[in-house]
Design a protein around this ligand. Sequence first.
Ligand code: PMT
Length: 407
Amino acid sequence: MTDHAILSGKRVLLVIAGGIAAYKSLELIRRLRERGVAVRAVLTAAAARFVTPLSVQALTEDTVYQDMWSLTDESEMGHIRLSREADLVVVAPATANLLARMAAGMADDLAATVLLATDTPVLVAPAMNVRMWTHAATRANMALLERRGVRRIGPNEGAMACNEFGPGRMAEPMEIVDAIAAFFAGEARKPLAGRRAIVTSGPTHEPIDPVRYIANRSSGKQGHAIAAALAALGAEVTLVSGPTQLPDPPGCTVRRIETAREMLAACEAALPADIAVCAAAVADWRVAGESDRKLKKDGGGPPALELTENPDILATLSRPGGRRPALVVGFAAETGDVLAYATAKRARKGCDWIVANDVSPGTGTFGGNDNTVHLIRASGVDSWPTMGKDAVAARLAEAVAGHFEGK
Ligand code: PMT
């Protein structure tokens, strides 16, 4: 399909923030309009110093929205409607200031308010001085936004208007058009439509007494990203999650549990399913006979905790039988001999694929944003480069879709 066919009839809300790259947004509007995209624009006060509202209005052939307090703007189109009546919100240029305000959830002008109020996907094209882009604050803001599902194009590396060189140049208008077309092409492609998936994520908490528990360092980032990636490809996803700080991934039914036994019960209740991905870090053991009263420090020394084995959810779901999902994927968290141990684990648990990751101290796999994994299948091992957990999830979801498409 050509990008004209993909883009024609789509509605883009373009938020233009105040940076020198704003002049490129005029070109972006032209390229989108040529492809049949309805573009509506919001200008920040700073943006209006770089490009005139008149130019933007002439190119979009629509009202330009600038002021949250304008009676005219609000009577024509309230900020809530403005944010909802679009298929995609594009922020170009996305300045360090606007990214920071988005990350902080501020609503101090029309652009920030629209971005806070929207439930439409957002694509940002950052543009700023190289030192601003590489500053720890901007890196943290961008990482947070990406974790929340904000997509990003660029910035590119090169000579900048401020006579410095490095990453910070806004992506070229045609690169942004391509990213927008890729977004809509991905939206249209739902290879897992009609498939049901169960994903486990996060740690389990195994009680010792009413106030203490055994847990581990899993944040749920990897499992939640997999749930979102499968849902983005059209699967009907039940995410069974241990305690995490993460928001529910879009488009998934979320079952929150605490213990391994509750996780198993929630997974079994979600059957039948075509796909199961067990990314949770389930405690192998729990305390036998947990106390229903807080254990007291009564001078008798520390209590001896007797442990008993937890049910193995992955092995249970992999067991042959009528309710076994057609594709069961496990994870293997290893601290040495990753491939050998993970291959043995795949055979022992009876799953179809296993995703091996090194969780040695220093890798940052537990809780971090990146992961380095090997996908082990009957056909062999695929070693993927280190990438963000969202990218690992997207690639795994594509592999799952390819499996069902017979690729
Ligand atoms: O949550 P994050 O901070 O993003 O970190 C991601 C991760 C490191 C937790 C994830 O990538 C990962 O490796 N998950 C599996 C962790 C684990 O418990 O590995 P394991 O090798 O102990 O277990 C092997 C497999 O059996 C896993 O699929 C696990 O979900 C499953 N299992 C284990 C024990 C048990 N009682 N039931 C299970 O289902």
